[in-house]
Design a protein around this ligand. Structure first.
Ligand SMILES: *[C@@H]1O[C@H](CO)[C@@H](O)[C@H](O)[C@H]1NC(C)=O
Ligand SMILES: *[C@@H]1O[C@H](CO)[C@@H](O)[C@H](O)[C@H]1NC(C)=O
Ligand SMILES: *[C@@H]1O[C@H](CO)[C@@H](O)[C@H](O)[C@H]1NC(C)=O
Length: 272
């Protein structure tokens, strides 16, 4: 399970819109606009698989715990900066918040749990006892991938099946856009499977470390070299746009809507 983890210490940081002047050398350029970098939580070892509950502005993430022996889930309130360490499960690796129901899922080495942020209660959903690499929740449906088998499953209407378009091929990470088109990645690259269609196509040879949707459910992914947005045109063509070039990204979540809709955008980034 530690396969993808480099040894460097990482901080949890965010980039905030500071000025519409592009030619500054500090900060981070996101969609052509300079953002200032801000560390939002220090002393967090390799935070990973972040997600945001947009109704509460709480960021969920996991990090490497004491003596690198375990993975710990935590919740960071982005407004108050209050940080809460979630107890009650072992080896928590991935988090996901369903954008509609706002249910919070945390997956780890013995399955998928649901976390109640008000009561601070965590419970195993009992869907699987496999080692889970990633969980992705959307519209009451739970998608997850296993490790080391790299199989993708979907739990919908009380039924557990393989994910259409992925089937028996390897998938370590996946994400769905607003229209339920599926993107997934394995060591060969990023692949796309349209909601209504039978073909799975190669999008590019990216080394993905996170799929995440923003508040408008636009799907993004990150690689160690940058942040990319996805778009499926009406013709069915997939357009990938590099929205930020940042080195050593380890995971990410998008805090607010992209700046096309709002004047500020916050990108939560991991950086050396
Ligand atoms: C943005 O930066 C430029 C150059 O540093 C400065 O002249 C301008 O006043 C700034 N604008 C705002 C809104 O801060
Ligand atoms: C990744 O997925 C694609 C599409 O299903 C598949 O063709 C390819 O063999 C997979 N790569 C690996 C390493 O399994
Ligand atoms: C996908 O395949 C199924 C079964 O082979 C077929 O009925 C369906 O029309 C195909 N869909 C598309 C969009 O090609």
């Amino acid at each position: 399970m530690k396969l993808l983890i480099p040894t460097a210490l990482l901080a949890l940081a965010s980039a905030r819109l500071v000025n519409k002047t592009i030619n500054r050398c500090d900060g981070v350029i996101v969609n052509g606009i300079n953002h200032e970098k801000e560390v939002i939580k220090e002393n967090v070892d390799k935070p990973y698989m972040m997600s945001i509950d947009y109704s509460t502005n709480v960021l969920y993430y996991t990090y490497t715990g004491h003596q690198r022996m375990t993975f710990v889930p935590a919740a960071l309130n982005l407004k108050t900066k209050e940080n809460y360490i979630i107890t009650g499960m072992r080896g928590a690796f991935s988090t996901s918040v369903d954008p509609k129901s706002h249910r919070i899922y945390i997956a780890g080495m013995d399955g998928i749990y649901e976390f109640d942020n008000q009561e601070k209660i965590i419970r195993n959903l009992g869907l699987t006892n496999l080692n889970i690499w990633q969980v992705f929740a959307k519209d009451g449906v739970i998608y997850y991938t296993t490790y080391p088998a790299e199989k993708a499953f979907v739990y919908k209407n009380l039924q557990l099946t393989k994910v259409a378009g992925i089937g028996d091929t390897r998938a370590l990470l996946l994400g769905l856009d607003k229209k339920d088109n599926i993107f997934f990645s394995n060591s060969s690259g990023v692949f796309f499977h349209p909601k209504d269609g039978n073909l799975t196509i190669l999008v590019g040879e990216y080394t993905v470390n996170a799929f995440t949707t923003d508040a408008n459910e636009k799907l993004h992914f990150s690689t160690p070299a940058g942040i990319f947005s996805t778009e499926v045109e009406s013709t069915g063509n997939v357009k990938i746009k590099k929205v930020a070039e940042i080195n050593n990204i380890y995971g990410m979540a998008v805090e607010a809507a992209p700046m096309f809709y709002k004047t500020t955008v916050d990108l939560q980034i991991f950086k050396d």
